[in-house]
Design a protein around this ligand. Structure first.
Ligand code: FMN
Length: 330
């Protein structure tokens, strides 16, 4: 029986596997997004990854044109297996001085899915809706979830413990249950979903889709150093350090990268949230270049390869795990 996703917005229906590839700072570039969409899952990137030089044409505009043209070409050549839609992530923090300009560009391109993080704002949701887009807002607890929906987001990304980059501390079981008590709309679960079995578990506990980032770092299309990709392959959950030091927000990072930067991963000082800064020229984004973000799900990443191979693997695992469990009930 096909998956019933008729309750979801059109942009989230008919995916090959119920999954969104999460936006990854620095790492998600058009090549990766296009590969994810062609493989049948929503691909995404942070608008801030598109950084042009002084006085140059906005790179975000160029990237969106490139993604749309390539996906259109693919869809014309493969009408039976069209690409999934793409998403753009907006960091809605007051230090993001580009936000208004980036919103305008996204409206012009009629971006179908908007992922917002670090602040829910009515104007951002209105901008997305003005061009037919939907907004999925990133939250780490039920209180923020309620706020996001009150401000007009269409769906939620519940970022649970173990997620790569900025992450929550709550068990996914607790977080999804509390949100599902009052919210029937699109709900995605983020945090160490790196296998089809985990994806099925996310759906069983009440999420509509999984939200996966870290495995896509170790791919040919990812904009990451080879050493970073290899460390993802070589590390396990115990190699992940949860710290607020690097951006002012609690997040998960690779222990090996913290050590390589000359710090003791077991004795990191805390930073407060006032040190968050996403402005152009800020030194903070550079932290991501040497201190490498990663979720706890990396035990499932065995090699570096094409992004499509991750989707193929997870699709096969998802189907096999579903069949195995279904046998218990019929
Ligand atoms: C290296 C890295 C960079 C990230 N950058 C962003 C970002 O720019 N914006 C955002 O909303 N989330 C970002 N995230 C978090 C993801 O959106 C998502 O919550 C996470 O990847 C899911 O957990 P997983 O990595 O265990 O699959 C980042 C995660 C990682 C690992």
């Amino acid at each position: 029986m096909p998956r019933d996703d008729s309750h979801l917005p059109k942009a989230l229906q008919g995916l090959r596997v119920p999954m969104v590839a999460s936006p990854l700072f620095i790492i998600s570039v058009p090549e990766l997004v296009i590969a994810q969409c062609k493989a049948g899952i929503v691909g995404s990137f942070p608008a801030l990854n598109a950084r042009e030089g002084e006085g140059e044409h906005p790179l975000l505009d160029t990237w969106l044109t490139q993604i749309k043209e390539e996906l259109d070409r693919h869809n014309q050549a493969n009408p039976d297996t069209p690409a999934a839609p793409y998403a753009v992530n907006q960091i809605v923090h007051r230090s993001n001085g580009r936000l208004d300009r980036d919103l305008e560009i996204c409206v012009k391109h009629e971006v179908p899915i908007w992922i917002t993080s670090l602040g829910a704002r009515v104007e951002v949701n209105e901008a997305a809706h003005s061009c037919g887009g939907i907004v999925l807002h990133d939250i780490i607890n039920n209180r923020f979830a309620k706020k996001a929906i009150e401000k007009g987001a269409d769906g939620l990304v519940a970022v649970a413990a173990g997620a790569g980059g900025h992450a929550g501390e709550q068990s996914p079981f607790a977080l999804i249950r509390e949100i599902r008590e009052w919210f029937e709309g699109p709900l995605l679960l983020s945090g160490a979903i790196a296998t089809g079995e985990s994806l099925l578990a996310a759906r069983a506990m009440g999420a509509d889709l999984g939200y996966t980032g870290t495995p896509f770092i170790a791919t040919d299309e990812a904009n990451a150093q080879q050493e970073y990709k290899q460390m993802i392959v070589d590390s396990g959950a115990e190699d992940i350090v949860y710290s607020s030091l690097f951006t002012g927000v609690w997040g998960n990072y690779l222990r090996g990268s913290v050590e390589a930067a000359g710090m003791d991963p077991d004795n990191l000082p805390q930073a407060d949230s006032s040190s968050m800064n996403f402005s152009e020229g800020s030194s903070k984004p550079k932290a991501w270049k040497t201190i490498w973000g990663s979720g706890q799900g990396i035990g499932a990443v065995k090699s570096i390869g094409p992004a499509g191979a991750i989707v193929d693997r997870m699709a096969a695992e998802y189907a096999a795990a579903g069949k195995k469990l279904a046998a218990e009930f019929f």
